[in-house]
Design a protein around this ligand. Structure first.
Ligand SMILES: [Zn+2]
Length: 369
């Protein structure tokens, strides 16, 4: 959806849901916190004008979230770390990095700059709003501007504060890890930061239950899951550190021809104990057929439907000489099978999610993780 300083910007579908909700909330409410008006409900203009102002504020707010993410990205890029993309979603944004910086100082600094941007925006706009509030006999336009400054400023302070919670996946979790990593090493620091995050999430959930606040409980679950995921991810990355794809791949190459029926593919899967096969014709890789794909074809049809008819034509693939971490990055919700090619693009092996899990287990024990 566009590129800023060379970084592609995406909108997650949750963002498209939340945008009108924010717009409506700004247009139709008149919440007032510490003398700052946070909605246009009491402004003496038509409902249509309120709706427009609501939309404008929602867009402006998400623009400031983008600035927050660009703050992170700027520091990352300056230290030589690539940013793949920035995605705006329900609770804010995510800058997708190519690698987590292992230099403790860089990660902490990078994490800190995002909330700093949000605070800076808040610290400029809140006084502006209060200043405009002091205007005598203000016109409707001045009032609208004052409320806009108030809304954007207030929610930026909230965003900055929320992100400083010392728990993954918030920026505060990264700042905490960075701080600890200078003393006890990356892995130990991650472990401690994950524990702090979990304790924080449990405490938050308890508060949510006491006050029967669904939103607080949801955020607590979000933090707990994020903390666990970061812990897992870090262990995987440390286990795979310095290992090449060819060392973790399954080198025995099994494959099927596109004319083979799915029944036969399933038989071969049982025999060879695989969950997916590359589909190859005349030495050319056409795609991948997996047990997940076959599962979506009716059992009665599997005798006639061929592998060539249902295969995934754009499978994930890695080169044998790449770092094994690349395979980890390719394995997502969409992929549970990565095809491995050599320098000449010849099929030399594969890695399934199970293969990866097994090998990481062994590497973890070997490295004492
Ligand atoms: Zn951030």
């Amino acid at each position: 959806m566009g590129t800023v300083i060379g970084i592609p910007i995406y909108f997650h579908f949750t963002f498209l849901i939340i945008l009108p909700v924010f717009a409506a909330f700004f247009a139709l409410t008149n919440a007032n916190i510490a003398g700052i008006t946070l909605g246009f409900a009491d402004l003496r203009v038509s409902i249509l004008a309120k709706a427009m102002l609501g939309i404008l504020c929602a867009l402006l707010f998400f623009f400031t979230i983008l600035l927050h993410e660009l703050g992170h990205s700027y520091v990352a890029v300056r230290h030589g770390y690539g940013i793949k993309s920035i995605t705006l979603l329900l609770f804010g944004g995510v800058a997708q990095m190519e690698d987590t910086p292992r230099e403790p100082g860089v990660e902490g600094w990078m994490a800190f700059v995002g909330p700093a941007v949000s605070f800076l925006i808040g610290l400029v706009l809140i006084p502006s709003s209060l200043l405009l509030d002091g205007v005598r006999n203000p016109s409707v336009a001045v009032q609208a501007l004052q409320i806009t400054c108030g809304i954007i400023g207030f929610y930026n302070l909230l965003l900055g504060g929320f992100n400083l919670i010392p728990a993954f996946p918030m920026d505060g979790g990264r700042i905490l890890r960075s701080f600890l990593a200078t003393r006890v090493g990356f892995l130990q620091a991650t472990d401690t930061a994950v524990k702090v995050g979990k304790v924080f999430a449990i405490a938050m959930a308890a508060v949510g239950f006491i006050f029967l606040d669904v939103f607080v409980i949801l955020v607590a679950i979000f933090i707990y899951a994020g903390a666990s995921e970061e812990g897992q991810m870090t262990k995987l990355m440390v286990a795979l550190d310095g290992v090449k794809v060819k060392e973790i791949m399954n080198p025995t190459v099994f494959w099927v021809e596109p004319e083979v029926s799915l029944d036969k593919v399933l038989e071969k899967m049982l025999k060879e104990q695989r969950t997916a096969f590359p589909v190859v014709k005349n030495g050319v890789l056409l795609g991948v057929v997996s047990v997940g794909i076959i599962g979506r074809v009716r059992a009665a049809d599997r005798e006639t439907v061929t592998a060539g008819a249902v295969l995934n034509r754009s499978p994930a693939y890695a080169k044998s000489y790449m770092d094994a971490v690349e395979v980890l990055k390719l394995m997502g919700e969409q992929n549970d099978f990565v095809v491995v090619l050599d320098e000449r693009d010849d099929l030399v092996g594969s890695v399934s999610k199970d293969d990866l899990r097994r090998i990481v287990n062994v590497l973890g024990v070997q490295k004492g993780i």
